[in-house]
Design a binder for this molecule. Structure first.
Ligand SMILES: C[S@@+](CC[C@H](N)C(=O)[O-])C[C@H]1O[C@@H](n2cnc3c(N)ncnc32)[C@H](O)[C@@H]1O
Length: 246
């Protein structure tokens, strides 16, 4: 039994959470398609790399924090089968509905479960999970360190945390190209494919305000994670942080 209490109803009264919830409600049904187009398919490779870093074993319990449409949980499911479970935790019912429909069609969908609630106050017991992954979700939390503390709390000692998040490419020439793409192509394609320019303008702004890899490493250490490693992806457009609960 991993449930500790009832999930917190979210997004509550927090203005950022309400805005994030509104954006994801608007784009949920086209979210996966827009991701594939905007990343030119790269997001699939990044997600496979991130899931491999979880070092999952059959029987493991793995948490997909801010799991949305369940891509990462569905990649993790075959690795924990037949007795393990990948649990998607997300506060947005529309994103979860898309994830549930995908799980029904997936050969390992039975190893995926869904829970709606706030990742900053998870309804899970202490020390109950073998691994946790958060893909493109940390940026959306109002209280980033509180979210990390929750992930640390629910992991067993020795449990692995993997964070996949966008980053700022370090090479200046590449950053200029990337900025141009972010400010022009992403909001336009977001509007055409997913029906919301605002959601994709928020995406590019939130990437710029996200901590640098060095800052995130320091926050992970402060939260109690050790053995932290960083893995840049595709010229540093995205970054994987991996840590272990000490
Ligand atoms: C960019 S999507 C990522 C979805 C998925 N992890 C992926 O990699 O495709 C961010 C997700 O975080 C969820 N989210 C944002 N803030 C949250 C919170 N405080 N608690 C739970 N979920 C949250 C959103 O509902 C959304 O589904």
């Amino acid at each position: 039994m991993i449930l500790g209490c009832s999930p917190t109803p979210a997004p509550g009264s927090d203005p950022k959470a309400r805005m994030v919830a509104r954006h994801f409600s608007a784009i949920a049904t086209r979210y996966d398609l827009a991701n594939d187009v905007l990343s030119l398919g790269l997001q699939r490779r990044w997600k496979r790399t991130a899931t491999a870093l979880l070092d999952l074993r059959p029987g493991d319990l793995v948490l997909d924090v801010c799991g949305g449409t369940a891509d990462l949980a569905l990649l993790a499911a075959p690795r924990v089968a037949p007795d393990g479970l990948a649990l998607v935790y997300d506060f947005n019912p529309n994103m979860l509905a898309v994830g549930r429909a995908k799980a029904l069609r997936h050969p390992h969908g039975r190893e995926v479960a869904f829970l709606q609630g706030d990742a900053q106050e998870m309804a899970l017991r202490d020390n109950c999970l073998d691994a946790a992954i958060v893909g493109f979700g940390l940026r959306n939390l109002t209280r980033l360190q509180q979210g990390l503390k929750e992930m640390h709390r629910v992991l067993k000692p020795g449990g692995r945390l993997v964070i996949l998040e966008f980053s700022q490419p370090p090479a200046r020439w590449f950053r200029l190209l990337y900025d141009l793409y972010s400010h022009t192509v992403i909001p336009l394609v977001g509007k055409i494919l997913a029906g919301s320019r605002e959601a994709y303008t928020y995406l590019t702004t939130s990437i710029r305000h996200f901590p640098t890899p060095e800052e995130l490493t320091a926050t992970l250490e402060e939260t109690g994670f050790s053995q932290i490693t960083c893995h840049p992806l595709t010229q540093g457009i995205a970054m994987i942080h991996r840590g272990v609960k000490g």
